[in-house]
Design a protein around this ligand. Structure first.
Ligand SMILES: Nc1ncnc2c1ncn2[C@@H]1O[C@H](COP(=O)(O)OP(=O)(O)OP(=O)(O)O)[C@@H](O)[C@H]1O
Ligand SMILES: [Mg+2]
Length: 268
């Protein structure tokens, strides 16, 4: 839905990232989040729009409209928390079964995107919103880095350093080897995101933050430790460790992961 300047009102700032600032606001009198592109993010708002036009899923934040003018704006359903902030306020109350449900919901949304040949490319808990304050449902957001494999020509390195797949960090500065983002690179980021969910924190271990350290660790076989809320080691080992295979083709698909997560719930 294209909107005119009289259709909305901008309120207080509630968030922001590299490419945008997010405000509370009203659209046709109803509360919304307004994502306004910084100059360098104008292109990514167009990208987000293109993706939002194609997706509708219970675990993906719905877009409600767009305004393209002096500022480029995207109107989204308003939520009160991203998962990073929700863990800070309510982390103590959240136990493994709920956290596993979050992993299932993210996996379901990612499976849906991959079936549509869309890569998210910036999955992390800051980009996951909490749908209702009781916290039983979450939604993936921030499609500013997303890639539509059927239409985009440029599939270059992007995303957040801590979550980017091995092959993308390893070869990004080597012009002789052209490695592109893929469903398998999203799977790696999904596993890092699941680690944050099961750890109830956005803080990765100190030696899993810098690209050089990450490469060194994985080449030496050193992995992220089992997250604190995970009691059954097998849950982490069988489902998530294969996502960190250095060979993208050897990683499970989002469909495999969704299925394994559901199966584990049945076996609980
Ligand atoms: N619909 C929404 N309701 C409430 N808060 C939101 C909403 N969308 C985004 N935010 C807040 O604004 C922050 C930034 O939004 P978003 O991740 O979409 O922007 P970004 O500039 O692309 O971020 P980055 O590039 O750093 O990943 C989010 O982490 C979240 O805290
Ligand atoms: Mg973001």
């Amino acid at each position: 839905m294209i909107t005119n300047i009289d259709d909305f009102e901008k309120g207080e700032e509630i968030g922001g990232g590299t490419f945008s600032v997010v405000f509370k606001g009203l659209l046709h009198g109803l509360p919304v989040a307004i994502k306004i592109a910084r100059d360098e993010g104008r292109k990514s708002i167009h990208k987000e729009l293109q993706i939002f036009d194609k997706v509708k899923h219970a675990n993906i934040i719905p877009a409600l409209g767009v305004h393209l003018g002096v500022d480029n704006m995207l109107f989204l359903a308003l939520r009160n928390f991203n998962l990073t902030n929700y863990f800070i306020d309510y982390g103590n109350e959240l136990k493994f079964p709920q956290l596993k449900q979050y992993c299932i919901q993210v996996a379901d949304a990612m499976k849906y995107l991959h079936n549509k040949n869309i890569l998210h490319c910036d999955l992390k808990i800051d980009n996951i919103l909490v749908k209702y304050d009781k916290g039983d449902q979450i939604e993936i957001s921030d499609f500013g880095c997303a890639i539509d494999l059927e239409h985009d020509h440029c599939i270059k390195f992007i995303g957040t350093q801590t979550h980017v797949a091995y092959e993308l960090i390893k070869y990004r500065r080597n012009p002789a080897i052209s490695i592109t983002a893929s469903k398998a690179s999203d799977v790696w980021s999904f596993a890092v995101t699941a680690w944050q969910i099961l750890q109830k924190s956005d803080q990765l271990p100190i030696d899993f933050i810098k690209s050089e350290d990450i490469i060194k660790n994985y080449e030496a076989g050193k992995k992220l430790p089992i997250p604190v809320t995970v009691i059954s080691e097998d849950f982490w080992r069988y489902i998530f460790l294969p996502c960190f295979d250095l060979h993208p083709k050897a990683r499970p698909t989002m469909e495999d992961l969704h299925k394994s997560l559901l199966r584990f719930r049945e076996a609980d």
